[in-house]
Design a protein around this ligand. Structure first.
Ligand SMILES: NC(=O)c1ccc[n+]([C@@H]2O[C@H](COP(=O)([O-])OP(=O)(O)OC[C@H]3O[C@@H](n4cnc5c(N)ncnc54)[C@H](OP(=O)(O)O)[C@@H]3O)[C@@H](O)[C@H]2O)c1
Length: 351
């Protein structure tokens, strides 16, 4: 019943009643530019291609993308390490976009058309000019927040927010953010500072990154092994860990009595299989280990938190750290930079 995009010659999108809803870009020949992963492994398996203009199904919207976030998980999926989760060649990577709603499914309120939004596309589907998302995964952007800033914060800031909540973080507690140079870690540092942390230590690989993290609220800068400043707290009430990997058990030892480590990512891979032994050996410290995924937060709570975080960013209370903005067709190069570890914050693609 709807349809948008069919009149590529007219440069006008149409709502469900056939009325014109905007003078957005035309899509020549009924195709849109997209990036797909044709071969898992290094970024050379990513190709820029033309795909048919998508049509929104029930419960869906189509977003004309102005900005597309390049997430750490996109690189993990591209490397093929998650092939067991059903990712197959030909997939469009990426999980978040921002832009104007350019089409709505048959059962979706046409009032969405033309509104500027952030949208989650799930574990793929974002590296494209017209991206399909569930309307339940769409949040309207406040005035004053750019599309680029929205895709820098839209996924990462809620992960950081709910990870701190999952860790029962409260004012006056000390926090260590492990892997703080990525968009989740940066948001965790700022949110812990806003929440009144007594100390915020970060792990990072360079003094330059440490200096930038201090500007965002870090009080102590440590190396990847968690050493570097003699006056840093020896133990922490909360550890937010993006890294995992072989060094995870050493960070369990950095928990204060009743301390909580929440693992939100595993950019360094899986921890040793017996990592729980370390916790049990320190039984008398009452320490806790937990994983946290945004997937377990009910959609309404997630959307509310995201809208609050976007509003805070629009007021200048939360900062989107954008490493670079590059064309969609340079997605493979963006992934190379992700792989060589040179990204601080987030790379954003623009069609
Ligand atoms: N829990 C959720 O709901 C959720 C949602 C989305 C994504 N994720 C996960 O979050 C992760 C990506 O987050 P992100 O984009 O913020 O991170 P990221 O940018 O990929 O990495 C964060 C930082 O970790 C450090 N690092 C990288 N490799 C390391 C290693 N081998 N050992 C120690 N430190 C290392 C790097 O900083 P330095 O070089 O400065 O040390 C890097 O900048 C992925 O694992 C993804 O699956 C989780």
């Amino acid at each position: 019943m709807i349809l948008t995009f069919r009149r590529a010659d007219a440069g006008v999108h149409y709502g469900h009643d056939g009325s014109a809803v905007g003078t957005a870009q035309t899509y020549e020949g009924g195709t849109v530019q997209a990036v797909t992963i044709e071969r898992f492994g290094d970024p050379s398996g990513m190709v820029t291609t033309d795909l048919p203009v998508p049509e929104p199904g029930p419960g869906q919207v189509v977003v004309a993308t102005e900005a597309i976030g390049v997430g750490g998980v996109d690189a993990v999926i591209r490397r093929g390490t998650l092939s067991g989760y059903g990712f197959a060649a030909g997939l469009i990577p990426g999980g978040e976009v921002a832009g104007a709603v350019a089409g709505v499914g048959p059962d979706v309120d046409p009032g969405w058309l033309g509104r500027r939004v952030w949208a989650s596309t799930g574990t793929g589907g974002a590296y494209v000019e017209l991206a399909v998302a569930r309307v339940a995964d769409v949040v309207e952007l406040p005035d004053g927040l750019s599309a680029v800033d929205a895709v820098t914060l839209g996924s990462a800031a809620p992960v950081a927010h709910f990870a701190l909540e999952h860790a029962r973080f409260g004012a006056g507690q000390s926090v260590l953010v492990r892997g703080a140079a990525g968009s989740i870690g940066i948001a965790a540092v700022e949110l812990a500072a806003r929440g009144g942390a007594s100390a915020i230590a970060v792990t990072t690989s360079s003094a330059g990154r440490g200096a930038r993290l201090r500007e965002l609220g870090a009080t102590h800068v440590l190396d990847r092994l968690g050493v570097g400043e003699p006056d840093a707290p020896a133990a922490f009430d909360v550890v937010v860990d993006v890294v995992g990997g072989p060094d995870l058990p050493a960070f369990l030892d950095r928990l204060a009595p009743n301390g909580r480590l929440v693992l939100v990512g595993a950019v360094a891979g899986m921890p040793p299989a017996d990592f729980g032994t370390r916790l049990i050996r320190s039984f008398q410290q009452s320490r806790s280990f937990a994983t946290f995924s945004l997937d377990t937060v009910p959609t309404a709570a997630r959307d509310t938190a995201r809208a609050d975080l976007f509003a805070a960013a629009a007021r200048g209370e939360l900062h989107a750290v954008v490493h670079d903005v590059v064309p969609l067709s340079a997605a493979a190069e963006a992934h190379r930079r992700m792989d060589d570890g040179s990204v601080f914050g987030r790379i954003v693609l623009v069609p």
